[in-house]
Design a protein around this ligand. Structure first.
Ligand SMILES: Nc1nc2c(ncn2[C@@H]2O[C@H](COP(=O)(O)OP(=O)(O)OP(=O)(O)O)[C@@H](O)[C@H]2O)c(=O)[nH]1
Ligand SMILES: [Mg+2]
Length: 452
């Protein structure tokens, strides 16, 4: 957030590479004179003008549509110009360069990542949760995630937060007013049904938290690593889960040398599955590099599926996996090749039995992964959420619970009660950005792509 937020900015807004259409987008407080210098004419706001985009010698760089959005009726809340030309990298680069040359007089510069959206936020076109939803919509890898991101973008999540915030504010106003009249303090809680109001707020907040958790699962998904000794069927399992022949499968131990990963979607939840080189002692240089990578993946996993061959189960790797895995991760023992297994009685009851070959048990494994991800099959996911949203919601909940404690004491604690309400309100404000420190804003917008 160090860049000057008044300079006119320009960027290619469409993805790099070739495409039917490419868009260069400009935003600034007042673009009229720049547009005239660039295109040789003024543009009627919100009209699509079909024209040539001329270079410095008045030769066309491209022909296309120019649309001018006069502030405040634009994405950023400033004047915005969109030049929609052909989507070739050379054409778009020339157009970008031309904008920068013409715009030099007006202080125009390249936009930083997320700067258009950052301006939309700073000009009150959208709040912070909606701004994050813009990035989430672009990144959405499943239909369910995209739908939830659109819902956040349209303000569904923010509306729920704002409604709860206003209830807290109303109660705060009553409390603050009463604080000036100490003799009324004791009756206050009864008179205004403060306890009941607080209970309603808490149950509303708990509802929001549980829906947000679901939304976070949809956004973050799960990182699952397939680990085990060679030949237990890790690559076969990857292929079976992905429904494609991604990794090479042979009966030669040590077939997989490098990791192979694939994102699959279970109920819209993105699950990254990583197949790794079989873990064993080896003198082969390439294989041992592969095995070090396997251990590194195990250390990064949310879930380690420790695959074993059901016909010859052994626990030789249990301890080593325990040593390498991260503390928050979960290790599941999965016994593969159950279609062949003759000694099933030695497999622990709670272990998952599958056959990558026949597909048996894969539905149980998938349900288990969704359960670990925190997915609740019966619940809708009305918006996408991030860890920072959950943290703020939890903080707000903690303060409302403390307020509830003070209310229960009923003995001249109204100022403490008021303070907890204030803190609960403040935590909610961090979600929509009404009370967010600058460094958090910088962090959020810097993760956007340029042109958005
Ligand atoms: N019968 C049966 N054979 C299987 C099953 N899963 C894998 N196999 C066979 O087991 C052998 C090894 O399978 P892979 O998937 O290559 O094993 P891997 O664990 O990836 O082995 P490395 O890459 O060497 O670590 C192949 O011959 C597979 O066809 C299964 O569920 N049932
Ligand atoms: Mg393999």
């Amino acid at each position: 957030m160090t860049s000057n937020l008044i300079d006119p900015i320009v960027a290619i807004a469409t993805a790099p590479g070739r495409g039917g259409i490419g868009v260069v987008r400009v935003s600034g407080p007042s673009l009229g004179p720049f547009i005239f210098s660039l295109l040789g004419k003024n543009l009627l706001p919100r009209h699509a003008h079909y024209l040539s985009f001329p270079d410095e010698n008045n030769q066309p760089i491209d022909q296309g549509l120019a649309i001018f959005f006069k502030h405040p009726h634009s994405y950023t809340g400033e004047d915005v110009l969109e030049l929609q030309g052909h989507g070739g990298p050379a054409v778009l680069q020339q157009l970008l360069k031309r904008c920068l040359t013409v715009g030099e007089t007006y202080g125009m510069r390249l936009a930083t990542p997320g700067e258009f959206t950052q301006r939309a936020f700073l000009n009150d076109k959208i709040d912070l949760a909606q701004a994050e939803a813009v990035a989430d919509l672009i990144d959405a890898s499943s239909e369910a995630a995209a739908r939830a991101a659109v819902s956040s973008l349209s303000g569904e999540f923010s509306r729920r937060i704002n409604t709860l915030s206003s209830s807290i504010v109303q109660l705060r106003m009553l409390v603050e007013a009463t604080l000036d009249f100490p003799e009324e303090e004791i009756e206050f809680l009864e008179k205004y049904q403060a306890r009941q109001k607080l209970n309603t707020m808490l149950s509303d907040l708990e509802n929001i938290i549980s829906q947000s958790r679901q939304g976070m699962v949809l956004r973050e998904g799960l990182h699952v690593v397939l680990a085990g000794v060679p030949n237990v069927g890790k690559s076969s399992l990857l292929n079976a889960l992905a429904g494609q022949d991604l990794a090479i499968v042979t009966d030669i131990a040590g077939t997989t040398r490098d990791k192979v990963s694939q994102i699959i979607h279970l109920h819209g939840v993105p699950i990254t599955i990583i197949d790794t080189a079989g873990l064993r002692e080896t003198t082969d240089t390439i294989e041992s590099i592969g095995i070090s990578r396997s251990w590194a993946e195990i250390a990064n996993a949310d879930v380690v599926l420790h695959l074993m061959d059901a016909t010859q189960p052994n626990s030789q790797l249990d301890e080593k996996i325990e040593l390498h895995r991260s503390r928050q991760s979960i290790v599941l023992q999965v016994f593969n090749k159950q279609d062949l297994a003759c000694y099933l009685s030695i497999i622990p009851d709670q272990a998952i039995r599958i056959s990558a070959k026949t597909g048996a048990g894969l539905d149980t494994l998938q349900s288990k992964l969704l359960e670990i991800a925190g997915w609740n099959p019966g619940q809708e996911s009305p918006w996408l959420a991030r860890q920072r949203h959950i943290d703020s919601l939890e903080q707000s909940r903690m303060h409302l619970l403390l307020a509830q404690d003070h209310a229960a004491e009923n003995d001249r604690v109204l100022d403490l009660f008021a303070e907890e309400l204030r803190l609960a309100h403040e935590s909610l404000g961090q979600i929509t950005g009404k009370m967010s420190p600058d460094d958090l804003l910088g962090e959020i917008f810097s993760r956007f792509c340029i042109g958005k």
